[in-house]
Design a protein around this ligand. Structure first.
Ligand SMILES: Cc1cc2nc3c(=O)[nH]c(=O)nc-3n(C[C@H](O)[C@H](O)[C@H](O)COP(=O)(O)OP(=O)(O)OC[C@H]3O[C@@H](n4cnc5c(N)ncnc54)[C@H](O)[C@@H]3O)c2cc1C
Length: 415
């Protein structure tokens, strides 16, 4: 088997890649290889020891490691090969990949199809450019999560969280449970960026204040952080808060270096590759899923998309997936982005799912699909917020004979 040609190689063994490998194997790919730079599979889930995973995919409330284990057990019942400690460093437009292993060295492969499930990375202090000294004690929330949950370190005792993304909210609770004092979470927007359930379960339940329309304007301390100046946007009023740890939860960026190297078109709105509803990128044979495609709020969505990307990669590998004509799908009023960006007018299923995020919190929402000024479909939602992905199943036949459609979401703004 080891010498046989690889039908599908999946790069990244997080919840998207684990599902993609299963999807590929179950859809006719004979040799499937799952590659990860780390020793253990599971991706970011390995450090997410809280619950809240799996409600959509498995109908069960699981911790991150339990969620990953469910997939890993399924993979164990197949002949999917797992290649750990293998860092993919290059992808060519022709589909060749280069990887490095600490003992086996450099290796070149040309699988019939590839799925990119490399996840995302956190925005750092360098992305924010906060004025002040360059002290120790400033970490991204995900780095702090790894230090606490995997390495067993407590990186600070008086903590300020900048940004109300989900990881920051979860870490505010986690550090509180570990005995640190989380002074407040500071958010520049007029609303929390993370899931509503995380605001309730991580902040309200632990009496951690959320300060909106405010940001960090000065870092004080050397060599260790001693204080952060927080300024209110509306009044300009500043306050100096003594702390020894600043956690940054200010957004996630898809890991798209390999996709770029392969020459795929990148959507500036998502930061990930442009795909059609097969999760096929603009490079033939290269598919993408999970947070490297667009940053999801739930691991379950990531796995559903990863599974579908793996299925389509298998169809491509065995020659069952010719490039079809597609219709462009664009974000319209009230919508920040839509994935997929192209939709086939014919396909395996009669319905397909559009995933999108709204631009601001709105209630009594009407979601609509338009061709010019003609509404093709509509749906109602009580509330939509930017932190929560909207999933909308629409009929494929609606796209037939059209060049471009757009998705809008209108309602009453609220904060
Ligand atoms: C702190 C935190 C808390 C979260 N909490 C929740 C929650 O409560 N509930 C929920 O549903 N979701 C939660 N999520 C979201 C969920 O974890 C993510 O949506 C999900 O892990 C993304 O899956 P992924 O497979 O796309 O990426 P990842 O899990 O990031 O996996 C990517 C994998 O690719 C590998 N990789 C990357 N580049 C290369 C390369 N060049 N070569 C080889 N391997 C590579 C990495 O090592 C990694 O294993 C949380 C996320 C974070 C960060």
């Amino acid at each position: 088997m080891a010498g046989d040609a690889i039908d599908v190689a999946v790069i990244g063994a997080g919840p998207a890649g684990l599902a993609a490998a299963l999807g590929a194997r179950q859809s006719g790919a004979k040799r499937v290889v799952l590659i990860d730079r780390e020793e253990e599979p599971g991706g970011i889930l390995k450090q997410c020891i809280h619950n809240g995973f799996g409600l959509q995919y498995f109908g069960r409330d699981l911790t991150g490691p339990e969620y990953a284990m469910h997939f890993w057990q399924q993979i164990g019942q197949t002949d999917i090969e797992y290649w750990p400690q293998s860092m993919v460093t290059a992808l060519s437009p022709a589909g060749g990949l280069t990887l490095f292993h600490p003992r086996q060295g450099r290796r070149e492969l040309t699988p019939r199809a590839l799925v990119l499930t490399t996840g995302c990375r956190e925005r750092t202090r360098g992305n924010l450019a906060i004025p002040g000294t360059r002290p120790a004690g400033i970490l991204t929330a995900g780095t702090a999560q790894r230090l606490v949950n995997i390495n067993g370190y407590l990186p600070g005792r008086r903590v300020l969280v900048l940004g109300s993304g989900d990881i920051g909210l979860i870490m505010a609770r986690r550090l509180t449970l570990e005995g640190a004092t989380v002074l407040r979470v500071v958010e520049i927007l007029p609303y929390a960026a993370g899931l509503s359930r995380n605001v309730v379960q991580c902040l309200h339940d632990f009496d951690i204040p959320l300060q909106l329309r405010s940001t960090a304007t000065q870092l004080i301390g050397s060599p260790r952080l001693e204080a952060v100046v927080i300024t209110e946007l509306d009044t300009g009023r500043s306050e100096t808060i003594a702390c020894d740890l600043l956690l940054l939860a200010v957004g996630l960026i898809p890991e798209n270096e390999l996709a770029r190297a392969a020459g795929t078109a990148i959507d500036p709105l998502t930061g990930g590759p442009v795909v059609d509803d097969r999760f096929a990128t603009s490079v033939p044979g290269l598919f993408a899923g999970g947070n490297s495609l667009h940053v999801s709020d739930l691991a379950d969505w990531v796995s559903l998309e990863g599974f579908a990307a793996g299925q389509q990669a298998a169809r491509y590998a065995v020659g069952e997936s010719p490039a079809p004509p597609t219709v462009a799908v664009r974000p319209g009023d009230g919508v920040r982005y839509v994935v997929p960006q192209h939709v086939r007018t014919s396909g395996e299923s009669e319905r397909l799912t559009l995933s999108f995020r709204v631009q601001q919190p709105i209630k009594n929402v009407t979601v609509q699909l338009w061709d010019g000024d003609r509404a093709l479909a509509s749906a109602r939602h009580r509330v939509c917020v930017p932190g929560e992905m909207v999933k909308w199943e629409v009929e494929r036949r609606l796209f037939a004979g059209r060049e471009q459609v757009r998705v809008t979401a209108t309602g009453e703004p609220f904060c």
